[in-house]
Write a protein that binds this ligand. Structure first.
Ligand code: SF4
Length: 349
């Protein structure tokens, strides 16, 4: 009877003991919680501040400077047309190039229009010399239609040039004329062969660029390309850009030159055994180039037209590049970074 009366009291004492033990445990853990609360949070917030510092920084490793829009050819699909005749004074152009070098540029490619039109090739020659000797860029290259290049130019500037790319869309001269790649009686293919020889004589790597359109999509270029053996054969799918080669204000209407992705693939399949072939579809072309126009503005081609940034000379490289639309991942994916200095290329002709 007595034990029955004591039972509720025993239970009360046990419950009290359990709660006290729990309280003691909590008190032991209190310093660790405080530590976590104060320093843990501080640690997390410092990480949050640090992350954005590097985010979104694009290094202009490889830049294409279209310093002139003027050209002596009239290719029907041209997507960088003579909308202005402006060319920066050479000292301004050099200043912009030095700013790009400071921002991380390793490769410069001079393009147009036709780069050899300005001051009979001396303008581009002086820029090539400046980029190699003063800025010490690992790679300096030019893309040209080839028609105005002379051996005298190679004698004056050839030693400073790593790569010369000449555009050639067909080895059939009639097709070149139909496309508009030509001027008067000049034979484009004959000139291409001459330049190939000068590149060999003056130790400049030789490259060919071809644009595939409805005019040449069925051509078989295997034997000619194998015989010429360029270090790289860039094969582009004809690209439509509003305001350049389509639309009311454009200087060209290139719709009839356009080919489908399947047709482009057919051309690539036919030439798949050519080791130096580097294909570029429309998508790769739109996003993976850093293009500077004649005012040194980056051109964003993502929306099917060329939207310019402010000039590098006015706002600096870092500000201008934010509006370039450049896709760095696509640049590396398309093989944009390759052996591009002639010191590293084993030129063996
Ligand atoms: S050579 Fe080049 S810049 Fe000149 S018209 Fe043809 S595509 Fe345009």
């Amino acid at each position: 009877m007595m034990s029955l009366c004591l039972l509720p009291l025993m239970e009360m004492l046990t419950a009290l003991w359990r709660n006290m033990t729990f309280l003691l445990q909590c008190m032991k853990m209190l310093p660790s919680w405080c530590w976590l609360e104060i320093f843990g949070k501080r640690k997390v917030s410092s990480l949050k501040i640090k992350a954005p510092q590097d985010a979104g920084r694009v290094k202009p490793i490889s830049v294409n400077y279209h310093f002139t829009r003027q050209c002596n050819y009239k290719c029907g699909f041209c997507f960088h047309t003579a909308k202005t005749s402006f060319v920066l004074p050479i000292e301004e152009a050099k200043k912009g190039l030095a700013m790009l070098k400071d921002a991380g540029m390793e490769k410069i490619n001079f393009s147009g229009g036709e780069p050899f039109l300005q001051d009979r090739g001396n303008f581009v020659g002086k820029l090539v010399e400046y980029c190699k000797t003063e800025l010490k860029l690992p790679s300096v290259s030019i893309v040209s239609n080839g028609s105005l290049i002379t051996e005298k130019w190679f004698k004056s500037y050839g030693e400073h040039l790593d790569i010369l790319a000449v555009s050639c869309d067909s080895f059939n001269e009639d097709v070149n004329k139909l496309i508009g790649r030509g001027q008067g009686k000049k034979n484009h293919v004959e000139k291409l062969m001459k330049i190939r020889q000068w590149c060999c004589d003056y130790n400049v790597a030789f490259k060919i660029n071809s644009v595939i359109t409805s005019y040449n999509v069925d051509e078989d270029m295997r034997s000619e390309i194998t015989m010429i053996s360029p270090i790289r054969w860039k094969v582009f799918q004809c690209l439509i850009i509003a305001g350049e080669n389509t639309g009311e204000e454009a200087l060209r209407q290139a719709e009839k030159f356009v080919i489908t992705n399947e047709e482009f693939k057919g051309f690539l399949d036919r030439h798949k055994d050519i080791k130096c072939l580097v294909p570029e579809s429309n998508q790769q072309m739109r996003d993976s180039y850093l293009i500077l126009d004649e005012y040194m503005r980056f051109l964003d081609c993502r929306n099917g037209r060329k939207d310019p940034s402010k000039s590098v000379l006015d706002v600096g490289v870092e500000n201008a590049i934010k509006f370039s639309g450049f896709d760095e991942k696509m640049f590396f994916k398309r093989g944009g970074k390759y052996v591009w200095s002639k010191a590293d290329l084993k030129l063996d002709w």
